[in-house]
Design a binder for this molecule. Structure first.
Ligand SMILES: Nc1ncnc2c1ncn2[C@@H]1O[C@H](COP(=O)(O)OP(=O)(O)OP(=O)(O)O)[C@@H](O)[C@H]1O
Ligand SMILES: C[C@@](O)(CCO)CC(=O)[O-]
Ligand SMILES: [Mg+2]
Length: 397
């Protein structure tokens, strides 16, 4: 074992990746339209510690500790090798998870006692096993995950999980680099090429969780800021006065994979009508991007920018209803905020989950307090987020 390997084994690597909001364009982005998303200041943090193989021939285990759920999962390395073969870990670009590999991972899930009420975790666990064994091979190690994000609520928890995990694993493997070793615990940013690589791995993880992701969620979680995303292409949107958003979590559980599949089924039943809907969403996203950029260059006043954003968000919500991804809880939030002349739209995959409400700069705090109190009286949870911040960050603890 080289000194570098020994150093890596003795060190814990932590990576944190933000959740996101989609201002406009969800679902349509899967079908080639543009969408606009921004990172938010709620993070998922993954840590990796590599462990030594036992002296007595015990190959050790791969452990995943999901702190927020109070659940720990463990796979003996010998069991992983039997199921997946002698995977040795990969330094470069990812190879997509093959159907055979996915079937082997599904079998490995059967060994775990996942509580029935938390069965949705199995998608995340499968993505973890794919990422861990593909990057590090079947060597022993321990991963710990914590998150500020509501899981499965439209704020990109799956992407933040895949990005932070890929970032931590690739750093632990020595594939992407931060200096480290100063002994001072501080978050560092990766270089552009390293971020690109992490993003590619995270996208493969998202595919296991989502089925057919567009890549917008993992991209904004990796690179941060506010972005326009279309057909895999990312444009950074400069934004000098970040928009302020109230987020309402309806607490209605939903699943992005099923919602994305539902929209695709509707599109195959009504191809012409849905193509027009996706086209309209594309125009909305393009217009919203231009407004954000003009405002960054002081070409339009802040109040005029907010009025335009509100109208475009309102139009997008109508089209999301056409796609069949709204929900009665979302409609309740829309009606409630409209009483206070505030515009809202669902964010993420919809079907429940979270709703965005644009907070105009000139709106009084008292109005915000009143609307939040009324929303919470329906059993919803409200919180304010900072929009457009940093993406993936890493720290060697
Ligand atoms: N911290 C976490 N620990 C374990 N699994 C997680 C974690 N965060 C997300 N997941 C996995 O991701 C799934 C939720 O992903 P899903 O895409 O349905 O929702 P989301 O990403 O929160 O919302 P959206 O995709 O609409 O932004 C969970 O069911 C779980 O399998
Ligand atoms: C619904 C969707 O458009 C956004 C989920 O946050 C899915 C995707 O783009 O992968
Ligand atoms: Mg997701």
């Amino acid at each position: 074992m080289s000194n570098d390997d020994r150093d890596r084994e003795s060190m814990e690597v932590r990576a944190r990746a933000p959740g996101k909001i989609i201002l406009v364009g969800e679902h349509a982005v899967v079908h080639g339209s543009a969408a606009v998303a921004a990172a938010i200041d709620l993070y998922t943090t993954s840590s990796i510690s590599l462990l030594h193989e036992g002296e007595d021939g015990d190959a050790g285990a791969v452990e995943l500790d999901l702190r927020d759920s109070d659940l720990v999962f463990s796979w003996p390395c010998s069991r992983l090798r039997r199921a997946l073969g002698e995977v040795s870990g990969k330094a470069g670009a990812p190879t997509p998870c093959s159907p055979d590999e996915l079937a082997a991972i599904a079998k490995l899930m059967e060994d775990q006692e996942i509580p029935e009420a938390k069965i949705w975790l199995s998608a995340g666990l499968s993505a973890f096993l794919y990422l861990y064994t593909s990057i590090l091979g079947c060597r022993p190690g321990k991963a710990v995950v914590t998150s500020d994000l509501p899981i499965g609520a439209g704020l990109g928890s799956s992407a933040a999980f895949c990005v932070s995990m890929s970032g931590a694993l690739l750093t632990a493997a020595g594939t992407v680099g931060i200096g480290g070793g100063s002994g001072v615990e501080e978050w560092e940013l990766f270089g552009k090429d390293d971020l690109e690589l992490v993003n590619q791995w995270a996208f493969q993880g998202e595919k296991i969780i989502h089925g057919k992701p567009s890549g917008i969620d993992n991209s904004v979680s990796t690179f941060g800021s506010m972005i326009k995303f279309k057909k895999g292409e990312l444009t950074n949107l400069k934004s000098r006065n970040p928009v302020k958003m109230l987020i309402t979590d309806t607490r209605v559980g939903r699943n992005t994979k099923a919602l994305v599949a539902g929209v695709s089924e509707r599109a195959s039943r009504h191809p012409d009508a849905m193509a027009s809907v996706f086209h309209a969403v594309n125009s909305i996203s393009e217009e919203l991007s231009s407004i954000v950029e003009l405002a960054a260059e002081d070409e339009i006043a802040i109040t005029s920018k907010e009025d335009k954003l509100a109208e475009l968000m309102e139009m997008n919500q109508g089209l999301l209803q056409c796609m069949g991804v709204s929900h009665s809880s979302i409609e309740t939030v829309l009606r409630t905020t409209l009483k206070y002349s505030l515009v809202s739209k669902l964010t993420g995959a919809g079907g429940g989950g979270c709703v965005l409400t644009l907070i105009p700069t000139l709106s009084a705090n008292i109005v915000l307090e009143k609307v939040a109190t009324e929303l919470e009286s329906h059993g919803f949870r409200c919180f304010k987020v900072e929009v457009g911040g940093r993406g993936l960050q890493v720290c060697r603890g």
